[in-house]
Design a protein around this ligand. Structure first.
Ligand SMILES: *Cc1c(COP(=O)(O)O)cnc(C)c1O
Length: 360
């Protein structure tokens, strides 16, 4: 079997080593004589796995015991609702910054639950940039941002200082892609299927002190962060298999040398592609402003939609997969998540250069 070069935006490429290990252990997990798919989520082996995964994640992120880690179902989209449901108290407001489709979806849910202020937006220019000028309400119960905009190809390059206002971040598409001071954040969430695992589990990193800021009253059990913190993500049956794969990916991240090594490789991959696009005499046009470019999702246009159609078809034949832009924006998008190898990035650049020569 020949594996393709996978630039899918999510679900996306996973490290081959991880897939192989899962395959090896598939029929017999930890000598139990059955697959992890058949084992109880209350089994000692799974308990050990989840504890280990939390420890690995906190060590990768350099976080203290002030933080807890949750592995929940429902996708990142459920967090759009859970965050205001837990923390947007009556008589207070929540601040949001709108940088694209997913941020818009988060804002929509918050508005259903309470007073929501969009303090900055890049919608005026099709979300091509990350806003720099905004004023955070010092009394807001939190500020919500989206660190990487998967569809528009923009990424926050540094994060705002929010003072006493808790900073909440949807990191779905750049979680664990670079070194960061994660202690700036009070809550981080990420659907695993972009950068750290398969679909089916969302990782939530939450400062325990956020529980003191919950709205009062009897919250719905499954939508209450407290339930999942107290029961260590085992209140109900968790997505066992996706958590298992995430646990393997975390070990892989550590083996690569942690976030410094991951970042170095991601910088190199993105640098190669952006310089190919920038040096194409305008044939390829990156859509994001230079100071807001994403290293995870690199979006660009060609001179015509016909050429965009043509290149996507030819790329597929060359085993370069997943390059079509999101259906809402068109164009092309190369997703360079952690598991995408330097070799894949180089292959793509070579292909783009040949295509340009043949078609310009
Ligand atoms: C994909 C994505 C989502 C939606 O994730 P689901 O797990 O499908 O709900 C939310 N935010 C960002 C930034 C994303 O890239």
């Amino acid at each position: 079997m020949e594996r393709v070069h996978n630039f899918n935006p999510g679900p996306a490429a996973l490290p081959l080593e991880v897939l192989k290990q899962a395959q090896e252990e598939f029929l017999d997990f930890k000598g139990e004589g059955m697959s992890i798919l058949e084992s109880s989520h209350r089994a000692k082996s799974f308990d050990a796995l989840i504890i280990d995964a939390k420890k690995d994640l906190k060590s990768i992120m350099g976080l203290s015991d002030e933080y807890d880690v949750l592995f929940l179902g429902g996708g990142a989209s459920t967090q759009f609702a859970m965050i205001p449901y837990n923390f947007l108290k009556e008589g207070t407001t929540a601040d949001y910054i709108n940088t694209g489709t997913w941020a818009t979806a988060a804002i929509k849910e918050s508005k259903k639950l309470g007073k929501t202020n969009v303090i900055a937006s890049s919608e005026d220019r099709e979300f091509r940039y990350i806003p720099k000028d905004f004023k955070i309400d010092p009394d807001a119960c939190y500020l919500h941002i989206t660190s990487n905009n998967t569809i528009r190809g923009t990424q926050w390059q540094s994060f705002p200082d929010t003072g006493n206002v808790p900073l909440i971040c949807d990191m779905s598409s750049d979680f664990l892609s670079k070194k960061l001071d994660f202690s700036k954040f009070s809550l981080i969430y990420a659907g695993a299927q972009k950068n750290i695992g398969p679909a089916g589990v969302t990782v939530i990193v939450i400062k325990k002190s956020m529980l003191e800021k919950q709205r009062s009253g009897d919250l719905l059990t499954m939508l209450n962060y407290k339930t999942h913190i107290e029961k260590e993500s085992l209140h109900n049956t968790p997505p066992v298999f996706p958590i298992y794969i995430v646990a393997l990916v975390l070990k892989w991240v550590i083996k690569q040398g942690g976030l410094p090594a991951i970042e170095k490789l991601n910088d190199k991959k993105a640098g190669l592609l952006y310089s190919c696009l920038d040096n194409s005499n305008g044939f390829y046009r990156p859509t994001a402003d230079k100071d807001s470019r994403s290293k995870m999702n690199i979006t660009f246009r060609l001179p015509s939609e016909e050429l965009e159609e043509k290149i996507a078809g030819e790329a597929k034949k060359a085993k370069l997969i997943g390059l079509k832009g999101h259906r809402s924006v068109g164009g092309l998008r190369a997703s360079f998540y952690n598991a995408v190898s330097l070799e894949s990035a180089e292959k793509l650049v070579e292909f783009l250069e040949n295509f340009r020569k043949a078609n310009s």
